[in-house]
Design a protein around this ligand. Structure first.
Ligand code: NAP
Length: 249
């Protein structure tokens, strides 16, 4: 698939899933807006790899829990490239092991600020600025489809943006913009699984529940994000794609 001539903005693309998606778009010819909150060096590394692939890439520090910073992120993108065609609301944080009785107001505010308010206002900015024919992709989590002990906070924080996706798809479909959620299961090598392997008891238990016999990788997520960014997915909107290898967990 070619994304030549397209501009893609991926929140939280300095590492993990966002990095894999951003680099895939760069490989396919897109110009890139790489966003991060803290780690400028990691973002610069993604920028160097993307530039080597031939496209233009910029890094923009912006905390997605702050609406002014989101708006500035989009302003910088438009000032640099003149437009945005693909927006991936990916930035998020994971906390998957707190029983509901132990969740504090501080925990709640932190996860909802980044995982709920963040994608909500990223998608609002996307709806305001994205070019006709554009693509908006919300990175959700299979925890929203498979409730489990310990997931009460994380799963609820990742659920609301999926609803917004369904509404937004209806509101801006007339501009030929599609809006979808990509809903991955546990991803080996990203987030809380960055520094562990299949010998880790939690990762092993998750792995054992996957009929396909392995956990997904950031590259697997990038495959679906590539499809959702391209022409072939045009008639899919307001939907969610669960990619968890058939796990019932
Ligand atoms: P990750 O490896 O921890 O990477 C998170 C990325 O988001 C980093 O680039 C980080 O940049 C950025 N970020 C964090 N807080 C931010 C903020 N407030 N504003 C802007 N950027 C911020 O995470 P990941 O596992 O790739 O997760 C990416 C998305 O996939 C999340 O929405 C997560 O819920 C979802 N997901 C993950 C998994 C999994 O198993 N890993 C499974 C399903 C869904 P800095 O380091 O600079 O802060």
């Amino acid at each position: 698939m070619s994304l030549h001539g397209k501009v893609a903005l991926v929140t939280g693309s300095s590492r993990g899933i966002g990095r894999a998606i951003a680099l895939r778009y760069a490989e396919r010819g897109a110009d890139l807006v790489i966003n991060y909150a803290r780690d400028a060096a990691a973002a610069a590394e993604v920028q160097a790899i993307a530039s080597a692939a031939g496209g233009k890439a910029i890094t923009v520090k912006a905390d997605v829990s702050d609406v002014d910073q989101i708006d500035q992120l989009f302003t910088t993108a438009i000032e640099t490239f003149g437009k945005v065609d693909i927006v991936v609301a990916n930035a998020g944080i994971e906390k998957v092991d707190i029983p509901v009785t132990e969740i504090t107001e501080e925990d709640f505010d932190l996860l909802f600020r980044i995982n709920t308010k963040g994608p909500f206002f990223v998608m609002r900015a996307a709806a305001r600025h994205i070019a006709d024919g554009g693509r908006i992709i919300n990175i959700s989590s299979s925890s929203t489809a498979r409730p489990h002990p310990g997931l009460g906070l994380y799963g609820t924080s990742k659920t609301a943006p999926k609803y917004l996706v369904r509404v937004l798809a209806q509101e801006i479909g007339h501009r030929k913009v599609t809006v979808n959620s990509l809903v991955p299961g546990p991803i080996a090598g990203a987030g809380i699984f960055t520094d562990v392997n299949d010998t880790d008891p939690y990762q092993k238990a998750l792995l054992d529940s996957v009929p396909l016999g392995r956990l997904a990788t950031p590259g697997d997520v990038a495959d679906i994000a590539e499809f959702l960014a391209g022409d072939q997915s045009f008639f899919i909107t307001g939907e969610e794609i669960l990619m968890n290898g058939g796990s019932s967990n």
